[in-house]
Each structure stands twice: as C-alpha cells, then as structure tokens.
Design a protein around this ligand. Structure first.
Ligand code: NAD
Length: 554
C-alpha cells in the first residue's frame, strides 16, 4: 500500500513540485517534496537551465531521456517550447551517437520488441499493453537496417521510433499516451554488434526472405486488427524492404514511410516553391537524381506521381526522370539493378558511348534538368562545371544538394549561389546560413522532414483516413510550400523549422481535406481547422482524479 505515492514513479502522472498541497496530502506525499508548489512553466525554466549546463549534445540527450522517464508532461513542455533547438538533440544527428551506445547504456524501455524468432508472440506482445481498439493513434516501427547514414544498428535502433514519436507530439500535438514505438528485431549484419557481449538484440545475421516477410505481414495484420485507427509509420528500413512493404501493403494498411514518402513530399514542397518562381508545372519538369538510394528514388516516385497528377501518363512521367548512381546513369542494360531503380532505367540505346559509364556532367549537359537532386553522400559532386552546365540549360534550376552531414553535401550553398550567379534555387538537407551576394541575401531552406510528417500524421488521425494517399502527400507538400513567400529574390524555398506547431496544424488541415476528397476519410468535421486544434495534445498537467489514484495505491 502506498496511498498514492506511485504517482511520483509514474511518468504519466508525476508532476513533481507541481503537485498542489491538497494533492500532496491526499496522495500521501506529505513531506516528500520541497514546500514550493510550482507551475509547469517554472519547472520548465529550471529544466532548460539544467539542460543548458550539460557539457555536450549527447549529455543533453541523456538528460532529456531521464526527464522523459520521470515526468512526461514536463519533458514535452521543454521539447515543445524549444523544438527547433532540440530537434538535433532528440533526433538526428545526436541520436546516432546514443544508438551506438544503446545496449551498453540500456536502463529501461519504452518500446515493444517483436522478434523474427518469435513471430507467434506478436499479438501477445501488443496485448501486454492492455490497450483497446480506440486507444492508439500512431505506431512507429523500425527494423533499423538503414539508420540516418550510420547504417544497420539492430535493436540499438529502437530509439529511432521513440524519438520520432516525441517529435510527433512536440511538433503536432499527437497524444503521447496514444502511441506505440516498435522495434522489429530481425537480427543485424553489423559485426561489431554481433561480437559485443553487451548487445541486447537477436544475435544473428539479418533474416531476409520469407521469414522476414512473415514478421512484417504478422505485424501489419495484428496492429491493424487490434488498433484499426492507428497510422503505421515505417522508419529506417533498408531501401528494398522500405519500397516493397509500401507497394505490397500500402493499399491495404494505413502505412506511411517517412524515408520515402515524407522525404519525397518535403522535396516536392521545395520544388513547388521553385515552380512558383519559374512559373513552370510538374508536367514540364526534367528531374536528375544523383544518388539513387532510398531517399533519391522516393523523391523520383513522388515527383513523377505529381507529373501524373498534372496530366502525364506514368510512362511519360518516368521518361522525364534520370537516375545516376555509383556506376553512372542508370540504364536498362545494367546487371543487378535494385528493384526501386528499375522503373527509371533509361534505354541503353539512348546513350551514345555504349559500354562506358555516363557521368553527371554529361547527363546535365544533354538533359537540361530543371531539377537536380543530390542524395549520394558524395561531397563536392556538384562541381563548378556541373552547376554552370545546369544554369546553361535552364535559367532558374532547382538545385537540392540534400546529403548530410555537412561533410557529405554535394555542393555548399555559398558555392552553388556563386557558380550560378544567384540563379539556382537552392535548398539543402542541413541547416545552412544565408549567403550574401551582390547585395542580395539568399536564404537556404532546409528540407527537414519534421516540417511535414507530424502534420501529415495529425491530419490522417483527424480525418480517420483509412489510407495515406498520394493526394494527401501532395496536399501536405503544398501546405508547406504555401507557407513561404518566394516573391523576393533570395527567398527561401521552405519555411523555417521555428514554429512547427502552427505549421503542423496548417499541414494537418490540408491533409484531412485531401483525405475527404480522396474518399478515404472516415470522420467528417464541420470546422476542420477547429477539429485539428482540438485534437492537439498540449503539455499541461490535466486534472488529477485523486480518488482513483488513492484507490490505485491501496
Ligand atoms: P542511401 O544509401 O539509400 O542512398 C545513397 C545512394 O547514393 C546509393 O544508392 C549509393 O549507391 C549512391 N551513391 C554512392 N556513391 C555514389 C556516387 N559516387 N555517385 C552516384 N551515386 C552514389 O541513402 P539515403 O537514405 O537515400 O540518403 C542519402 C542522403 O540523403 C543522406 O545523406 C541523407 O542524409 C540525405 N537525405 C536528406 C533528406 C532531407 O534533406 N530531407 C532526406 C533523406 C535523406
């Protein structure tokens, strides 16, 4: 019997020094807390100061995790109030360092682990949560094969799902009590982990093929059956699996893959802003993607889908896309092309110097792309020659060197602006300082997925959408693009990551509208903007049911 003292140990219920005198008396907390009764704002101010005194970002990450485990409301208050500053701490890039240490630093878990070696336990694992069909809005899962440029981290990648959910809550007010983080443990091909005695996941190579598919099928069937309204977000899968799962299951389940669809849509937003400057349409674009992996082909998929929405056939749209990978231009005579590149393989006959590789410069010179995307992680690949050739082909090309970190970017914005005489419309994957040139300030937009997926998720939930359609992705991209004014030379193609809650609400309303017009919405709202606002969870301490907490303590 603890009267109600368990509330101090339960991060959902704990409010520390914010418990009122009456609550302290009723819950048996008399003498257990210092006298002062604080507001969440005062607590957040202290926590922010404590956070600031941490020596580095990894220490900040650890501090925030501990706060998350202690007092969830306060954690989200801090994260919400300082989201732009803390995004790189709770997620990419700091989370990469935390993942590498995860098995060694393991203390407790806030995720569900579904093992390829115990597929029969998937349902029972979800059932341990004791949640009903209306209790879950969102599940983020990862098999951690391809994490943020650091690759395969097996069960250590669990916090990818946890971190993504935290951003959903802070950026779009997704209720943190209605979400589940899932690690799909299929083993790892990371030898360092397999050799590490502290490694906590399945200690074998990644399982592929039928058994892998059986785990995915079971996960999707069970999750959709138990939580029929939940959006199923996929994160950091290997490129082949990511694409295959989306294609095979996207029509039957409410799936969203952020690496492909989220990234594709944020790039679409940048392209839409660029087209506002150039006056073009999707059907007129010619796209060259340098680095045709998960992100690059996801972008090619989305942009070609937009060309189709603009009147082209799928074949015509794909004919306006050129992929370049390690072996140069992707052509249909190449052996072992990954499935996600095949739809875009150019006819070998189109290429004159048959047998040799066709490099980026030759492609740019012959194709005159209106959009050049870099997702290769090859630093400096967009040379002065390439940028000048790009601008010789079209007056105002959209140039998106998206690889990160900064050491891997295809061209630094200052060079891109200089070599294009300010004509290239540039956005990057990294945060970049504005560039001054000839009295003009060029603001460099950052293609940060956090501008898009939280609002997309919220809109999907508010509409009760049964699928995530291309129309919803397009609407999300458009809602992001609408938030920038590209009227002045040098304007950014994307909004800043500063006020994510407001921009997520705009994206959510647009997505819910698109869900309704695509016929996948199951909820109808008179005033959609108000419905979105009301659906957003805010980090405030809710009224506390003293009687039931005292009862729970008996
Ligand atoms: P990935 O490993 O799946 O893809 C990279 C691709 O580049 C691979 O297909 C690889 O073969 C190819 N490549 C390597 N060397 C090359 C060369 N010399 N020439 C041409 N191609 C080459 O990785 P990914 O997940 O697609 O991410 C790629 C990059 O894009 C990363 O730096 C990532 O951080 C960045 N990215 C940015 C955003 C964003 O800005 N919103 C979103 C997603 C990814």
């Amino acid at each position: 019997m603890d009267n109600g003292q368990h509330v101090l140990r339960d991060a959902h219920l704990n409010r520390g020094t914010a418990f009122t005198s009456e609550q302290r008396r009723a819950l048996g907390l008399t003498g257990r807390l210092p006298a002062s009764v604080e507001t969440v704002e005062a607590q957040a101010a202290r926590s922010y100061q404590q956070l600031g005194s941490q020596p580095d970002d990894l220490a900040k990450y650890v501090y925030l995790n501990a706060l998350h485990d202690r007092n969830e409301t306060l954690y989200f208050r801090l994260l919400t109030d300082h989201l732009a500053e803390l995004l790189p701490v709770v997620y990419d890039p700091t989370i990469g360092d935390a993942i590498e240490q995860w098995s060694h630093e393991y203390r407790r878990s806030r995720a569900l682990y579904l093992s390829v070696d115990q597929i029969g336990d998937v349902r029972a694992s979800f059932e341990t949560l004791g949640l009903g069909p209306d209790d879950v809005d969102l599940i983020v899962c990862s098999d951690a094969e391809e994490i943020l440029g650091i690759g395969d981290w097996g069960v250590n990648g669990t916090d990818i799902a946890v971190g993504k959910l935290a951003i959903y809550t802070a950026a779009a007010g997704i209720d943190p009590h209605r979400v589940i983080a899932v690690n799909l443990d299929v083993g790892t091909d990371n030898q360092e982990l397999l050799d590490d005695p502290a490694y906590l996941g399945n200690r074998h190579e990644r399982v592929r093929g039928e058994k892998y598919d059986e785990l995915i099928d079971t996960y999707l069937d069970v999750a959709s059956d138990l939580f029929p309204h939940a959006l199923l977000h996929f994160e950091d899968f290997g490129p082949s699996n990511a694409r295959r799962i989306l294609i095979e299951h996207g029509e039957r389940h409410r799936i969203f893959n952020d690496d492909m669809q989220g990234t594709g849509a944020i790039v679409m937003a940048a392209v839409m802003s660029g087209m506002k400057v150039t006056g073009g349409r999707f059907a007129d674009q010619r796209l060259v993607v340098f680095g045709a992996g998960t992100a690059g082909t996801g972008m090619a998929d989305q942009i070609s889908a937009a060309m189709v929405a603009d009147g082209l056939t799928l074949e015509q749209a794909r004919a306006r896309v050129w992929l370049i990978d390690k072996d140069g231009l992707v052509t249909d005579d190449m052996d072992h092309l990954p499935d996600y590149q095949q739809p875009y393989a150019r006819p070998a006959a189109e290429v004159t110097d048959a047998g040799g590789t066709v490099d980026l410069l030759s492609v740019v010179e012959s194709v005159h792309p209106t959009i050049l995307i870099g997702t290769s992680t090859v630093a400096g690949a967009f040379t002065e020659d390439v940028v000048r050739a790009l601008c010789a082909g079209v007056e105002r090309p959209v140039l998106l060197p998206l690889s990160n970190p900064t050491s891997r970017i295809e061209v630094i914005p200052r060079d891109a602006i200089a070599w294009s005489d300010g004509n290239a419309l540039v956005a990057t994957g990294i945060p970049a300082d504005p560039v001054e040139r000839d009295g003009v300030t060029y603001h460099i937009g950052q293609g940060n997925n956090a501008l898009l997926y939280p609002g997309l998720g919220l809109g999907t939930i508010v509409a009760g959408a049964s699928r995530v359609t291309d129309g919803m992705l397009l609407a999300a991209a458009n809602a992001v693009a609408e938030q920038v004014d590209v009227g002045a030379r040098g304007a950014s193609l994307l909004p800043p990551v500063e006020d994510l809650r407001a921009s997520s609400a705009i994206v959510a309303a647009a997505v819910a509208r698109a869900a309704a017009s695509d016929g996948v919405a199951t909820k109808v709202h008179g005033d959609l903007d108000a419905a979105v606002r009301e659906a957003m969870w805010t980090p405030q301490y809710p009224p506390l049911d003293l009687a039931s907490e005292m009862e729970a303590g008996r």
